[in-house]
Design a protein around this ligand. Structure first.
Ligand code: FAD
Length: 467
């Protein structure tokens, strides 16, 4: 039996280990914390169920749907209800609906008339030829300033807590990049993709049904996202997951790996055929001390947005109607929050019946110092913004919890290519070592699941070939 050590018991580590276990591998997961789940963490207090990390994901890859099918009935996927289709954007002192179709797109005050007209010519504009073009340039080129400021900027704040001028499109939004590169235009590309799917349905129904598993539907889990983590954790015996592992160090020895770590003061050593790291980039240099300094530097050359998430709960809601997914605040509007999710509007049982649960985001790449502010400051900022933006009367919320994430979301900027190259080179030089996690392959939960499945298959193929 081949043995793999997986470092990190977040969604990536658990998915990787589970898929390797199904392929017949002996697995050992080493986690530095005293719980599994990593960024995913559900809290239950005073009638509210809230998350300190991700709130919802998107079923954007078939691997996600397959994992959920496999974990049923231990988990019940909770799709967001119809309200979640409505997204709000803050402009000039009030919320506006983000247009969902052509008609709304024409009438919305979010975009200028000039840019609305310019959009008609989008299919005829030449594709770009700079593979490292940043997102702001791409959008300015194809769509115009008001689309950048009032659609893409808030969207990027919502997903990356980032800045479109820092993110390289082909790494940060590869699907969008490919639309332009493959089809020459976003509009033409979206239409042609639909036609391709129709053709695939006729010519290769099996592949079509596989692709269709990626419904793009938004999900949480009934009762909170930690249900997904418990279901995955339950796939392993107590021996297979080691918690509170400190100073984990990997050393390649004669084509195998020696892994040393300390657990509750006790030094431990194990040998394995393969090692997979699934931690943030900043942890990799200490886990793989045998790498050269320039290699460590290229892996670690990754900025993470620092994010403050504040869960705010009211037993009785007296603000504006919460009939939407939430609202995003373009950076041009210069407010103190990045956005707010109306969680109890689209997920069940998150707040008492007449109440509301909101999640407010602050900080991000543009305001990295927000994380250093005191709890009292953050509380004041949040309550003052909710009063102005959500018309919440002057009353204390029934719940307010502050969560600080120093390494929340990696920013796939221009250094990404160099990082991916060095990861590939190291993996080729040390067969059986995979450097995974969110330093590559996407930042969302769906991306993490797909990476876990891919890495398990990749390792298994490598060892089957070498047998
Ligand atoms: C505030 C916030 C909001 C988010 N919102 C969304 C969202 O709405 N939708 C979405 O899809 N995604 C969202 N994400 C991203 C999503 O949470 C992540 O993509 C996913 O949970 C990351 O999983 P992971 O296993 O790759 O990493 P992590 O969850 O970070 O897990 C890594 C694990 O490795 C462990 N570890 C680190 N160093 C070591 C070491 N030296 N030795 C042993 N173990 C170690 C850590 O303790 C951790 O358990 C959000 C993230 C944050 C922080």
């Amino acid at each position: 039996m081949r043995k793999a050590v997986i470092i990190g018991a977040g969604l990536t580590g658990l998915t990787t280990a589970w898929n390797l276990k199904k392929l017949g591998w002996e697995v050992l997961i080493l986690e530095k914390n005293n719980r599994t789940g990593g960024a995913i963490h559900t809290h239950r207090e005073e009638g509210f169920t809230f998350e300190s990390g991700p709130n919802t994901g998107v079923i954007s890859h078939p691997e996600v749907a397959e994992l959920f099918e496999e974990l049923y009935p231990e988990i019940t996927v909770e799709p967001a209800n119809e309200e979640a289709k409505r997204r709000l954007i803050w402009k000039n002192g009030r919320w506006h609906d983000l247009p969902a179709g052509m008609k709304d797109g024409i009438t919305t005050p979010l975009f200028s008339w000039k840019d609305k007209l310019r959009l008609l010519a989008e299919p005829f504009r030449k594709p770009g030829n700079d593979p490292d073009e940043t997102l702001d340039h791409l959008v300015m080129r194809r769509m115009g300033k008001s689309f950048l400021e009032y659609a893409v900027d808030p969207f990027i704040l919502g997903i990356y807590a980032g800045n479109p001028s820092m993110l390289v499109t082909r790494y940060a939004l590869p699907k969008l990049y490919n639309l332009e590169q493959k089809y020459g235009s976003f509009i033409k590309g979206s239409i042609k993709k639909q036609l391709e799917l129709k053709r695939e349905k006729k010519e290769n129904p099996e592949l079509y049904h596989y692709h269709k598993k990626a419904t793009r539907e938004m999900f949480s889990m009934s009762g909170g996202l930690d249900k997904l983590i418990s279901a995955l954790t339950n796939k392993f015996s107590a021996d297979e997951i080691q918690l509170e592992c400190q100073n984990t160090r990997v050393c390649p020895v004669n084509g195998r790996y020696v892994v040393r770590y300390h657990q509750l003061g006790e030094a431990k050593t194990i040998e394995s055929d393969a090692v997979i790291t699934t931690t943030g980039a900043h942890e990799v240099p200490s886990i793989l001390p045998f790498l050269r300094d320039d290699e460590k530097q290229k892996i670690n050359n990754l900025i993470y947005a620092r994010v403050v998430q504040v869960a705010v709960g009211y037993n009785e809601w007296r603000g504006i109607p919460l009939k939407a997914f939430g609202g995003l605040v373009p950076s041009k509007e210069k407010r103190d929050i990045l956005g707010v999710l109306f969680l109890s509007a689209f997920l069940k049982d998150r707040a008492p019946e007449k109440g509301a649960l909101l999640s407010v985001f602050l900080g991000g790449v543009l305001k990295p110092d927000m994380i250093e502010r005191s709890d009292d400051d953050i509380r004041k900022i949040v309550l003052s913004e909710l009063k102005k933006m959500m018309m919440v009367p002057d009353c204390e919320p029934d719940l307010l919890r502050i969560f600080r994430h120093h390494h929340a979301i990696p920013q796939y900027s221009k250094e990404t290519g160099e990082r991916l190259d060095i990861v590939n080179t190291i993996q080729q030089q040390f067969p059986g070592l995979l450097i995974g996690g969110n330093l590559r392959d996407g930042i969302g939960m769906a991306d993490r699941i797909r990476q876990g499945v891919t890495m398990a298959n990749q390792l298994n193929e490598l060892f089957s070939k070498n047998q």
